[in-house]
Write a new protein. Sequence first.
Length: 194
Amino acid sequence: MQEAVRRRPLALTALPSRSALAQALLVIGGAAFVAVMAQARVALPFTPVPLTGQTFAVLMTGALLGSRLGAASMLAYLTAGLFGLPVFSGWVGGWAAVSGPTGGYLLGFVVAAFVVGWFAERGWDRDHRAVVPMFTGNALIYAAGLPWLARFVGADDVLQAGLLPFIPGDLLKLAAAASALPAGWAAVRRFRLP
């Protein structure tokens, strides 16, 4: 029994392990959180990639929901957007948004949430070590996003268009996500179904 609790993210230890409805609602909630944070957006004149709150939300969702539910939440987010719901940055949705310059970052959200959740299931969400999975998740988003973006801006300009200007903001978002985990744990633990 102790092993099962240790392998669940701290936020989920108080939830009934077999409540499929609770898990589905958490997945939808994680997707909605990313959709809302996608609208915290600043367009930059030199790149098709805006500054958004998405990475903060992706990292938090992975850490709070774990690998399986975190990745499922990002898949739900992408699916909603693919079906045209305006969940992506700038209130857009549809295939054009996913296949456009930022599509690789969007796909990287799934992997990032899974990996951050994997770390959380092993206790890396409980102290200062939370920065390690957050940094790793952020790096994975770039690993998926930059090659995709290069198709649109060229290999010579991809670092300037999709990485370098974003590092300071991403470091702030990463630190904010790591320090916001206790508030996230409290919110998820209050989540109960009758």
